[in-house]
Design a protein around this ligand. Structure first.
Ligand code: PLP
Length: 287
């Protein structure tokens, strides 16, 4: 089936879609991105992702390329044209195209926008999630503004590759104090030895995960004990359960850290329940 991408105002065949060689995203990683999960052809956690997009752009002083209403229409069109019922939609906004210079273009140029959408096989993903997955740990080596969802992802890409080479799906960054910050493309959680859900607070240098935020609400409604508090790798090893959250991973149970089993090494009841509750919530709230 043909795929289509949105590039600076028009839909083009995915295979032919291209950006200018002097796009500042390409040369300087001067841009931001967002990813929405798609359920039933609709955008999940739409508001949270829009809010974070505007914030990321504002923090980097990149103009908003269009209004939220207009962007919603284009995202939905990307979903429709690519026949996505279950999947992901990716948006990237860069500072635009200008002669290479580290400082911002003067006068400013319009931001450059790319959108792609693709389907995922939810049945296969569910089967995988039911088995759980491994994570490894790597030293935190990212810049101090991980709250901004920038396309500068080299440390994340290297961490993810290290994970893949060790049979893991994710790498958890660990700071100088031995505390887990987050994953290369997800937030990190445990059910600690006392049965409390734990995830790092967003005062730390991490991305404010939209899935994390929705899940905190789901957890509150379910009446489960939770603390936005960091945990060490040691605590993760001794945890009852662990899982990761993100628009791609949703809520994915983790059964080992650096090859050490968590609990009895199988998917725990809390993680699998939260996965089901999160998906139910996201599907119901998708627009
Ligand atoms: N942390 C990082 C570094 C990420 O890249 C992501 C998602 O891509 C997340 C956390 C999870 O964020 P969200 O739940 O908004 O997808």
């Amino acid at each position: 089936m043909s795929r289509f991408a949105y590039v600076n105002g028009r839909f083009v065949r995915h295979g032919q879609a291209a950006v200018h060689i002097e796009d500042r995203g390409y040369q300087l990683a001067d841009g931001v991105y967002e990813v929405w999960a798609v359920f039933d052809g609709k955008l999940a956690d739409a508001e949270g992702h829009f809010a974070r997009l505007w914030r990321s752009l504002d923090e980097l002083r990149i103009d908003h390329p269009m209004s939220e209403a207009a962007l919603t229409i284009v995202l939905r069109e990307a979903i429709r044209r690519n026949h996505v019922r279950e999947g992901l939609v990716y948006l990237q906004v860069t500072r635009g195209v200008a002669r290479r210079d580290h400082a911002f273009p003067n006068p400013a140029v319009p931001p450059a926008v790319v959108i792609t959408a693709r389907s995922v096989d939810r049945v296969a993903i569910e089967a995988k999630a039911a088995k759980g997955a491994a994570v490894i740990t790597v030293p935190e080596n990212r810049w101090g503004r991980c709250d901004i969802k920038t396309i500068g992802l080299l440390p994340n890409a290297l961490a993810k590759q290290a994970a893949r080479e060790r049979g893991a799906i994710e790498a958890w960054f660990v700071d100088d104090l031995g505390l887990v910050t987050e994953g290369a493309s997800s937030n990190a959680w445990i059910v600690d030895a006392d049965g409390r859900l734990r995830t790092r607070d967003t005062q730390a240098n991490i991305l404010r995960g939209v899935t994390r935020l929705t899940l905190l609400d789901v957890i509150a409604q379910a009446g489960l004990p939770v603390a936005e508090q960091p945990f060490t790798v040691e605590e993760a090893r001794n945890a009852r359960e662990a899982f990761i959250t993100g628009a791609g991973s949703l809520v994915t149970p983790i059964t080992s850290v650096d090859g050490v089993k968590i609990g009895d090494g199988t998917v725990g009841p809390v993680a699998s329940r939260l996965r089901a509750l999160y998906i139910e919530r996201a599907r119901a709230g998708a627009i």
